[in-house]
Design a protein around this ligand. Structure first.
Ligand SMILES: Cc1cc2nc3c(=O)[nH]c(=O)nc-3n(C[C@H](O)[C@H](O)[C@H](O)COP(=O)(O)OP(=O)(O)OC[C@H]3O[C@@H](n4cnc5c(N)ncnc54)[C@H](O)[C@@H]3O)c2cc1C
Length: 504
């Protein structure tokens, strides 16, 4: 796509400040300036980002001579928003499909392949789970009860239920601990014990209200039961030059559209300017005036910024808490490790560590990705590239270790789990404090409340992972949706603009 030249700024041009330069904020800026086709009548847009770079966790580092993602390394192919944005930016040829399928779970003392027929960890068939041995005899027999003597819930539907207890009641506790929590909990770095089914897996809520067995009901409602279309997108896409290339491309094209992007510029306070609809974002570099604000920052930051203006919105935002995650990338000698097939493995919560030195502590690592199996472009002869995750809601141990302690601990755990010998030739630790918002039961009710409260503030919209999906496609959709509602509200407002944009 050709880069558009900066648009002129007539005196009556509206202005929007996007607070937060993660993918949701950048997608909002893209949509505000026209999306795929630049709009010469677009408002003047300023992106204010507190850190020294854009993209939030969408970041890649040079590691052993190749660009390795240290935040998300893929996004869902079934959702069109992220791949669609890449194509609009001219990155369509750089989308690469995942290079392997399947994964393992560390269950009953060793790695075992995840059985077929899971819906985000929830079994839809008995036999593949029983044959895989992941649950053991007692767990498999308990699961069989759902097939032959189901316990449908006759207590009447609820708008939301905690995911873990819902599945546990129908399929047994071991299914939850061994499969559901590692998979769904893993995606959110959370715990399914109090996770919102309506927000995370609404199909399960629908299936749970049907008659008969839960697995059978899931098969009926599952899109996976539809015939496979040859043109269907892959399960996951990545970008050939890393997720950072998406952020860099967005930044370049936004700048060429005249968007002002300021990094290292935290918004410390929001104040109302003279007219009812005007806002000023106070930053250490000076105030920035705008007719509209898109707040694409973590929920706690939104709470602080909105507290003087709407106590209800701030209180609801504050109820969304976050889990921190650490990522350790390792290059290990290929002849010192033999990996099972698939893209990696998951570790259930509360798995006792096989290390004698751990003195009965649980395993620290939560997941390991076999990077060069998942993304063949990263493979190098003689090396194996591993990416280990540690930290989840309720487990702060990784945060309490320094980088060397964390690396030593996960390497020792990998040595025990994978029978890995040899030491890594290279390692890199990346920390993501407050990386994952926790969608607890009632989350969507809270989000509806936030949206209703924010609507009472003229010219304000919120976007990002805190609300209706943590994945990159959901964040892109959220940013673009916030931008569209902002454009609509600017069009319907009759008051005078507050000024031509940034004042500093
Ligand atoms: C380790 C990790 C792995 C992940 N893996 C995947 C994956 O494989 N696939 C997938 O789809 N998703 C994945 N995700 C989730 C996804 O990456 C995130 O949910 C998404 O990037 C969040 O985007 P966002 O724009 O909502 O928030 P952020 O990217 O967090 O953006 C918010 C921005 O606001 C800035 N900010 C904060 N306060 C202020 C302030 N006062 N003023 C100005 N700016 C401020 C922050 O610095 C940040 O840049 C992963 C996330 C993490 C952490």
């Amino acid at each position: 796509m050709a880069l558009a030249s900066p648009a002129p700024r007539p005196a009556d041009r509206r202005s929007v400040v996007v607070v937060g330069g993660g993918i949701a904020g950048l997608a909002a800026a893209w949509e505000l300036t026209g999306g795929e086709v630049p709009d010469i009548d677009a408002p003047a847009v300023t992106v204010l980002e507190s850190s020294s770079r854009l993209g939030g966790p969408l970041h890649s580092e040079l590691f052993g001579g190749r660009m390795v993602d240290v935040g998300p390394d893929a996004f869902l192919g079934r959702r069109p928003e992220a791949a669609g944005l890449c194509r609009e930016l001219g990155l369509g040829d750089e989308l690469v499909p995942i290079g392997a399928s399947g994964a393992s779970v560390y269950a009953r003392g060793r790695l075992r392949p995840l059985p077929a027929g899971l819906m985000l960890g929830v079994p839809t068939r008995w036999w593949p789970v029983a044959r895989s041995g992941v649950l053991g005899r007692a767990g498999s027999m308990r699961l069989l009860r759902d097939a032959i003597a189901p316990r449908p819930d006759r207590r009447g539907p609820l708008g939301d239920r905690a995911l873990g207890p819902l599945v546990s009641r129908r399929l047994g506790r071991r299914v939850v601990d061994t499969l559901v929590d590692p998979l769904i909990g893993g995606i959110h770095a959370g715990s399914v014990a109090d996770m919102s089914t309506a927000a995370v897996l609404p199909l399960l809520l629908a299936a749970a209200s049907q008659r008969g067995g839960l697995m059978r009901a899931l098969r009926r409602v599952s899109p996976a039961s539809a015939p496979t279309n040859e043109d269907a997108p892959p399960t996951f896409w990545a970008l050939a030059h890393g997720m950072r290339s998406l952020v860099e491309c967005l930044e370049a094209q936004l700048r060429s559209r005249g968007v002002e992007i300021r990094t290292a510029t935290p918004v410390e306070r929001l104040t109302r300017t003279g007219s009812a609809a005007g806002w000023t974002a106070e930053t250490p570099g000076g105030p920035v005036n705008a007719d509209g604000l898109v707040l694409a920052v973590q929920a706690g930051v939104v709470a602080d910024l909105l507290a003087p203006h709407d106590a209800d919105a701030a209180t609801l935002e504050r109820t969304i808490d976050y889990a921190s995650v650490s990522v350790v990338t390792l290059s290990v000698p290929a002849d010192g490790v033999s990996l099972p097939p698939g893209t990696g493995f998951l570790v259930p919560r509360h798995t006792p560590s096989p290390l004698a030195a751990a003195h009965g502590d649980d395993l620290l690592l939560t997941a390991c990705t076999f990077l060069d199996a998942k993304w063949p472009r990263l493979a190098r002869p003689g090396q194996t590239l591993l990416r280990v995750s540690a930290g989840r809601a309720g487990d702060p141990r990784a945060d309490e270790m320094d980088d060397a302690q964390l690396t030593n601990r996960v390497v020792a755990e990998l040595a025990a789990i994978l029978q890995m010998t040899g030491t890594p030739s290279e390692s890199m630790v990346t920390r993501w404090p407050a990386g994952f918002p926790q969608y607890r039961v009632g989350h969507l009710l809270r989000v509806s409340g936030i949206e209703a409260a924010v609507k009472r503030l003229p010219g304000v919209a919120v976007a990002g992972a805190a609300y209706r999906g943590v994945g990159v496609p959901a964040c892109v959709a959220s940013g673009r949706e916030a931008a569209r509602s902002m454009l609509a509200s600017l069009r319907t407002r009759t008051d005078e603009p507050s000024g031509p944009g940034p004042t500093s």
